[in-house]
Design a protein around this ligand. Structure first.
Ligand code: FE2
Length: 240
Protein backbone atom coordinates (compact mmCIF):
# COMPACT_ATOMS: atom_id res chain seq x y z
CA UNK A 1 0.00 0.00 0.00
CA UNK A 2 1.31 3.42 -0.93
CA UNK A 3 0.00 6.74 0.32
CA UNK A 4 0.51 10.08 -1.37
CA UNK A 5 0.03 13.48 0.21
CA UNK A 6 -1.73 15.59 -2.43
CA UNK A 7 -1.69 19.38 -2.22
CA UNK A 8 -2.16 22.33 -4.55
CA UNK A 9 -2.43 26.12 -4.61
CA UNK A 10 -0.43 26.80 -1.46
CA UNK A 11 0.08 30.40 -2.63
CA UNK A 12 2.93 31.10 -0.20
CA UNK A 13 0.75 30.41 2.81
CA UNK A 14 3.41 28.71 4.91
CA UNK A 15 1.40 28.67 8.18
CA UNK A 16 -1.25 26.57 6.37
CA UNK A 17 1.42 24.22 4.97
CA UNK A 18 3.01 23.85 8.42
CA UNK A 19 -0.38 23.04 9.93
CA UNK A 20 -0.72 20.14 7.48
CA UNK A 21 2.73 18.91 8.43
CA UNK A 22 1.73 18.99 12.10
CA UNK A 23 -1.55 17.18 11.37
CA UNK A 24 -0.19 14.29 9.29
CA UNK A 25 2.91 12.13 9.76
CA UNK A 26 5.00 12.99 6.70
CA UNK A 27 7.06 9.78 6.80
CA UNK A 28 3.98 7.70 5.94
CA UNK A 29 3.92 9.15 2.41
CA UNK A 30 5.59 7.54 -0.57
CA UNK A 31 5.37 10.87 -2.41
CA UNK A 32 4.33 14.46 -1.70
CA UNK A 33 2.55 15.99 -4.69
CA UNK A 34 1.95 19.67 -5.37
CA UNK A 35 -0.15 20.65 -8.40
CA UNK A 36 1.16 24.20 -8.74
CA UNK A 37 0.76 27.80 -7.55
CA UNK A 38 3.37 27.65 -4.83
CA UNK A 39 3.65 31.42 -4.61
CA UNK A 40 1.75 34.75 -4.70
CA UNK A 41 -1.04 36.11 -2.47
CA UNK A 42 0.69 35.41 0.81
CA UNK A 43 3.91 36.59 2.39
CA UNK A 44 5.93 33.38 2.84
CA UNK A 45 7.20 32.44 -0.66
CA UNK A 46 10.71 31.52 0.50
CA UNK A 47 9.61 29.37 3.44
CA UNK A 48 7.09 27.57 1.19
CA UNK A 49 9.61 26.79 -1.57
CA UNK A 50 12.31 25.78 0.93
CA UNK A 51 9.88 23.29 2.50
CA UNK A 52 9.74 21.51 -0.88
CA UNK A 53 13.39 22.02 -1.75
CA UNK A 54 14.59 20.20 1.34
CA UNK A 55 12.51 17.07 0.64
CA UNK A 56 13.56 14.26 -1.65
CA UNK A 57 10.19 12.64 -2.43
CA UNK A 58 8.23 15.55 -3.87
CA UNK A 59 6.56 15.89 -7.26
CA UNK A 60 6.02 19.54 -7.87
CA UNK A 61 4.76 21.39 -10.94
CA UNK A 62 4.45 25.12 -11.64
CA UNK A 63 1.08 26.84 -11.88
CA UNK A 64 -0.01 30.04 -13.58
CA UNK A 65 0.95 32.33 -10.66
CA UNK A 66 4.42 30.73 -10.48
CA UNK A 67 4.84 31.22 -14.20
CA UNK A 68 3.82 34.87 -14.03
CA UNK A 69 6.38 35.50 -11.29
CA UNK A 70 9.06 33.88 -13.46
CA UNK A 71 7.96 36.05 -16.38
CA UNK A 72 8.38 39.25 -14.37
CA UNK A 73 11.76 38.09 -13.02
CA UNK A 74 12.85 37.48 -16.62
CA UNK A 75 12.02 41.11 -17.44
CA UNK A 76 8.51 40.62 -18.81
CA UNK A 77 5.42 42.67 -18.02
CA UNK A 78 2.50 41.40 -15.99
CA UNK A 79 -0.65 41.23 -18.15
CA UNK A 80 -3.42 39.73 -16.00
CA UNK A 81 -4.53 40.36 -13.27
CA UNK A 82 -5.58 43.99 -13.80
CA UNK A 83 -6.65 44.81 -10.25
CA UNK A 84 -3.94 46.80 -8.46
CA UNK A 85 -4.34 44.91 -5.14
CA UNK A 86 -3.54 41.70 -7.01
CA UNK A 87 -0.68 43.10 -9.06
CA UNK A 88 1.12 44.30 -5.94
CA UNK A 89 1.17 40.71 -4.64
CA UNK A 90 3.15 39.70 -7.74
CA UNK A 91 5.63 42.56 -7.51
CA UNK A 92 6.11 41.98 -3.78
CA UNK A 93 6.78 38.27 -4.41
CA UNK A 94 9.34 39.09 -7.13
CA UNK A 95 11.13 41.58 -4.86
CA UNK A 96 11.29 39.17 -1.94
CA UNK A 97 11.99 35.82 -3.60
CA UNK A 98 15.56 34.65 -2.96
CA UNK A 99 17.54 33.74 -6.13
CA UNK A 100 17.93 30.08 -5.17
CA UNK A 101 14.16 29.80 -4.67
CA UNK A 102 13.47 31.52 -7.99
CA UNK A 103 15.81 28.95 -9.57
CA UNK A 104 13.82 26.13 -8.00
CA UNK A 105 10.58 27.63 -9.31
CA UNK A 106 12.11 27.86 -12.77
CA UNK A 107 13.12 24.20 -12.65
CA UNK A 108 9.53 23.01 -12.19
CA UNK A 109 7.76 21.37 -15.13
CA UNK A 110 4.28 22.29 -16.34
CA UNK A 111 3.06 18.69 -15.98
CA UNK A 112 4.42 15.58 -14.32
CA UNK A 113 3.79 11.84 -14.52
CA UNK A 114 4.44 9.00 -12.12
CA UNK A 115 3.53 5.32 -12.00
CA UNK A 116 2.78 3.67 -8.69
CA UNK A 117 2.05 -0.07 -8.63
CA UNK A 118 1.08 0.14 -12.31
CA UNK A 119 -1.31 3.05 -11.67
CA UNK A 120 -0.32 5.96 -13.88
CA UNK A 121 -0.83 9.39 -12.37
CA UNK A 122 -0.70 12.71 -14.20
CA UNK A 123 -0.23 16.00 -12.34
CA UNK A 124 -1.59 19.14 -14.02
CA UNK A 125 -2.38 22.62 -12.77
CA UNK A 126 -5.61 23.36 -14.69
CA UNK A 127 -6.13 20.38 -16.99
CA UNK A 128 -3.91 18.28 -19.27
CA UNK A 129 -4.87 20.69 -22.09
CA UNK A 130 -4.49 24.07 -20.41
CA UNK A 131 -2.87 25.12 -17.13
CA UNK A 132 -5.45 27.91 -16.74
CA UNK A 133 -8.57 25.84 -17.41
CA UNK A 134 -10.79 25.78 -14.35
CA UNK A 135 -12.19 22.33 -13.73
CA UNK A 136 -14.75 22.07 -10.95
CA UNK A 137 -17.69 19.76 -10.20
CA UNK A 138 -19.96 22.34 -11.94
CA UNK A 139 -18.17 21.91 -15.29
CA UNK A 140 -20.37 19.91 -17.74
CA UNK A 141 -19.85 16.16 -17.59
CA UNK A 142 -18.99 16.18 -21.32
CA UNK A 143 -15.72 18.02 -20.58
CA UNK A 144 -14.70 15.34 -18.07
CA UNK A 145 -15.49 12.67 -20.69
CA UNK A 146 -13.30 14.45 -23.23
CA UNK A 147 -10.39 14.65 -20.80
CA UNK A 148 -10.92 11.03 -19.71
CA UNK A 149 -11.05 9.76 -23.28
CA UNK A 150 -7.60 11.12 -24.09
CA UNK A 151 -6.11 10.40 -20.68
CA UNK A 152 -2.90 8.37 -20.55
CA UNK A 153 -3.46 8.12 -16.78
CA UNK A 154 -5.90 6.47 -14.41
CA UNK A 155 -5.53 9.36 -12.00
CA UNK A 156 -5.41 13.03 -12.91
CA UNK A 157 -4.36 15.33 -10.09
CA UNK A 158 -5.48 18.90 -10.70
CA UNK A 159 -5.38 22.28 -9.00
CA UNK A 160 -6.28 25.83 -10.05
CA UNK A 161 -10.01 25.88 -9.22
CA UNK A 162 -9.26 25.88 -5.45
CA UNK A 163 -12.30 23.59 -5.07
CA UNK A 164 -11.77 20.08 -3.69
CA UNK A 165 -13.42 17.21 -5.55
CA UNK A 166 -12.97 13.59 -6.59
CA UNK A 167 -14.88 12.44 -9.62
CA UNK A 168 -14.56 9.17 -11.57
CA UNK A 169 -15.42 9.44 -15.26
CA UNK A 170 -14.88 6.56 -17.68
CA UNK A 171 -12.54 4.94 -15.15
CA UNK A 172 -10.37 8.04 -14.74
CA UNK A 173 -10.10 9.56 -11.27
CA UNK A 174 -10.08 13.37 -11.33
CA UNK A 175 -8.73 14.58 -8.01
CA UNK A 176 -8.48 18.19 -6.93
CA UNK A 177 -7.24 18.43 -3.32
CA UNK A 178 -8.52 22.02 -3.02
CA UNK A 179 -6.28 24.87 -2.01
CA UNK A 180 -3.91 24.65 0.96
CA UNK A 181 -3.48 28.38 1.35
CA UNK A 182 -6.34 30.15 -0.39
CA UNK A 183 -9.60 28.16 -0.36
CA UNK A 184 -12.51 29.53 -2.40
CA UNK A 185 -15.37 27.35 -1.14
CA UNK A 186 -16.27 29.33 1.97
CA UNK A 187 -14.35 27.06 4.35
CA UNK A 188 -11.20 28.93 5.45
CA UNK A 189 -9.38 25.78 6.64
CA UNK A 190 -6.42 24.38 4.68
CA UNK A 191 -7.54 21.76 2.16
CA UNK A 192 -5.57 18.71 1.01
CA UNK A 193 -6.05 15.03 0.16
CA UNK A 194 -4.51 11.64 0.75
CA UNK A 195 -4.42 9.29 -2.23
CA UNK A 196 -3.98 5.62 -1.40
CA UNK A 197 -3.05 2.95 -3.92
CA UNK A 198 -3.46 -0.59 -2.65
CA UNK A 199 -3.13 -3.58 -5.03
CA UNK A 200 -4.17 -1.33 -7.93
CA UNK A 201 -7.19 0.02 -6.02
CA UNK A 202 -7.44 3.80 -5.71
CA UNK A 203 -8.98 5.62 -2.77
CA UNK A 204 -9.11 9.27 -1.82
CA UNK A 205 -9.60 11.08 1.48
CA UNK A 206 -10.22 14.84 1.54
CA UNK A 207 -9.08 16.61 4.71
CA UNK A 208 -9.61 20.15 6.08
CA UNK A 209 -7.65 21.49 9.02
CA UNK A 210 -7.59 24.88 10.72
CA UNK A 211 -4.40 26.95 10.70
CA UNK A 212 -3.45 30.27 12.33
CA UNK A 213 -5.18 32.63 9.87
CA UNK A 214 -4.46 35.65 12.09
CA UNK A 215 -0.72 34.96 11.81
CA UNK A 216 -1.08 35.32 8.03
CA UNK A 217 -3.08 38.54 8.33
CA UNK A 218 -0.51 39.97 10.75
CA UNK A 219 2.31 39.14 8.35
CA UNK A 220 0.51 40.78 5.39
CA UNK A 221 0.07 43.91 7.51
CA UNK A 222 3.72 43.90 8.60
CA UNK A 223 4.80 43.70 4.96
CA UNK A 224 2.54 46.60 3.93
CA UNK A 225 0.33 44.37 1.73
CA UNK A 226 -3.34 45.25 1.01
CA UNK A 227 -5.71 44.63 3.92
CA UNK A 228 -8.49 43.35 1.60
CA UNK A 229 -6.84 39.94 1.88
CA UNK A 230 -7.72 39.65 5.56
CA UNK A 231 -11.36 38.97 4.66
CA UNK A 232 -10.37 36.50 1.96
CA UNK A 233 -8.35 34.41 4.41
CA UNK A 234 -10.91 34.67 7.22
CA UNK A 235 -13.87 33.72 4.99
CA UNK A 236 -12.13 31.24 2.67
CA UNK A 237 -13.57 33.04 -0.35
CA UNK A 238 -12.35 34.55 -3.58
CA UNK A 239 -11.64 38.28 -3.69
CA UNK A 240 -13.96 38.99 -6.64
FE1 FE2 B 1 -4.16 29.06 -7.63
Amino acid sequence: MKKLLVMSDIHANYPALKAIQTHVRLDQFHRIINAGDLVVYCSFPNETIEWFREKKNTICIAGNTDRRVLGILAGGKLGKPRREEKRVMYSWTCENLLPENARYLKSLPEQSYISIDKVRIGVYHGTSDDEEETLSPEVPESRFWELAKNSPCQVQILGHSHLPFHKIVNGVHFLNPGSVGRPFDGDPRASFAILTIHSGKISVEHIRIPYPVEEVIESLKKNGLPDIYAKMYRDGKKLN
